[in-house]
Design a protein around this ligand. Structure first.
Ligand SMILES: NC(=O)c1ccc[n+]([C@@H]2O[C@H](COP(=O)([O-])OP(=O)(O)OC[C@H]3O[C@@H](n4cnc5c(N)ncnc54)[C@H](O)[C@@H]3O)[C@@H](O)[C@H]2O)c1
Length: 415
């Protein structure tokens, strides 16, 4: 078996981490139990390009239990947990992933694609992009794919609009049990995990500027408030900006926020939200972090070019001397929760990856009637996952009575 990881000797430590995650992912483990008997993915080869974390490993093991073959790589050069990658390689999964694979990032994706997959499972659409642009000859056997994150969904929708998308892709990200939980609660918490590990600083008493008040931004702003921060939100969408204000946060432009923030966190999925012009206005000691998918939200290139010097002050924390002020950039401006910490908690990835598993199952069962476009997750799938999750938490909810169902579908009953 072909694979490339940092050090296979790390495998026992990785296996322990995976087992810890398994204890906290009851929905996915339930699906594993159910589908390991019937093996509906037998004969299916999956190409996975998704952060190699302990939670991802639980998904990989679940696919295998359901009969699939796989090859896997990371979707960010800094997010691979080397011990987990080693554990997967030891379990004979062809893994091409190690932390700091900046120079070989696309090489890893290409190795995974060379296994001639039937299904692509992507996080950010780099694998789908590479397949369409560089290796289209390998598309023949592909029946469909799934996409894990907002940025990837934006990219594949753009491909669909341009008539370039060549097979159906289910936008797992847009499942309610994914984006309203993983993006909000998962990123809200793990972003601070990354900031704490790389800076160790207190949030209480700091002005925290959150760029973007979508799913991720809302989660980050809520957690920052809970930690005692004074929150400022920047937005381009007037409705989101209004929501942020009515949630009790100050709202202003990045230009206005630049000189007052102590900590900036970008979460927009957009490019150059913090530019050199903004950085030049910032206070001495300002900290910059990003939780959006790609490292383009903060203009790191400009910072690198114009800073007089730079020095690593802690792991994942580099101090730049810009106009004789110190600007601290966490995790190279890459997603701080995965590059400087371990990513989301298993409890929340449980639902995200249950969505991924069921989406792949749907591709296998329904691909013949699907077109090369972006598909949503069904309401039934969302409800199924939410019900199992609630059950695992010991929570009972009410059911509509017949009378209530009639009432909700009628129009002639008033006061
Ligand atoms: N770090 C993680 O683990 C993680 C998890 C989930 C999603 N993500 C990524 O986070 C990013 C945001 O995802 P989301 O689900 O919140 O998306 P979203 O579409 O719900 O929200 C993005 C928000 O950013 C705003 N925005 C866009 N350009 C802006 C600008 N120039 N200035 C200020 N605001 C701007 C938009 O108006 C929108 O409200 C994406 O890149 C996504 O892939 C990361």
């Amino acid at each position: 078996m072909d694979y490339k990881v940092k050090d296979l000797k790390l495998a026992p430590q990785g296996a322990k981490k995976i087992e810890w995650a398994e204890r906290h992912m009851p929905v996915l483990m339930g699906l594993r139990d159910e589908y390991s008997k019937t093996k509906p993915l037998k004969g299916i080869k999956i190409a996975g390009c998704l952060h190699v974390t302990k939670e991802t490993a639980v998904l990989v093991r679940t696919f295998r239990a359901a009969g699939a073959e796989m090859a896997w790589c990371g979707c960010n050069p800094l997010s691979t947990q080397d011990d987990v990658a080693a554990a997967l390689a030891r379990e004979e999964i062809p893994v091409f992933a190690w932390r700091n694979n900046h120079d070989d990032y696309y090489w890893c994706i290409e190795q995974v694609l060379k296994t001639e997959p039937n299904v692509t499972l992507d996080d950010g659409a780099d694998l789908v992009f590479t397949l369409h642009q560089k290796m289209p000859e390998l598309m023949e056997g592909v029946i469909g794919g799934t996409e894990e994150t907002t940025t990837g969904v934006v990219r594949i929708r753009a491909m669909e609009k341009d008539g370039k998308l060549r097979y159906p892709i289910i936008a797992s990200n847009d499942a309610v049990t994914k984006c309203d939980f993983d993006n909000i609660y998962g990123t809200g918490q793990s972003t601070f995990d990354g900031i704490f590990r790389s800076s160790t600083l207190l949030i209480a008493g700091k002005t925290v500027v959150v760029a973007g008040y979508g799913h991720v931004g809302v989660g980050i702003a809520r957690r920052a408030k809970g930690l005692g921060g004074d929150i400022v939100v920047t937005e381009v969408d007037p409705i989101k900006a209004l929501q942020a204000r009515m949630d009790g946060f100050r709202v202003m432009s990045m230009e206005q926020a630049a000189p007052i923030g102590d900590l900036f966190i970008t979460a927009t999925g957009n490019k150059h939200v913090i530019t050199l012009k903004h950085m030049r206005k910032m206070k001495d000691g300002t900290i910059l972090a990003n939780s959006g998918h790609f490292n383009v939200e903060i203009d790191v290139e400009a910072l690198e070019k114009h800073a007089k010097s730079k020095k690593e002050v802690r792991p994942n924390n580099v101090c730049y001397d810009l106009d004789s002020k110190h600007i601290f950039l966490l995790a190279e401006g890459r997603l701080v929760n995965l590059a400087a910490a371990e990513g989301h908690s298993p409890e929340v990835m449980d639902m995200s990856f249950a969505n991924q598993f069921l989406a792949v199952l749907r591709i296998v069962q329904e691909h013949k009637s699907m077109e090369p476009k972006v598909y949503s997750v069904s309401r039934e799938q969302d409800e199924r996952i939410a019900r199992i999750k609630l059950r695992s938490m010991g929570i009972k909810i009410d059911e509509l009575t017949e009378e209530q169902e009639d009432y909700l579908s009628s129009w002639d009953e008033g006061t």
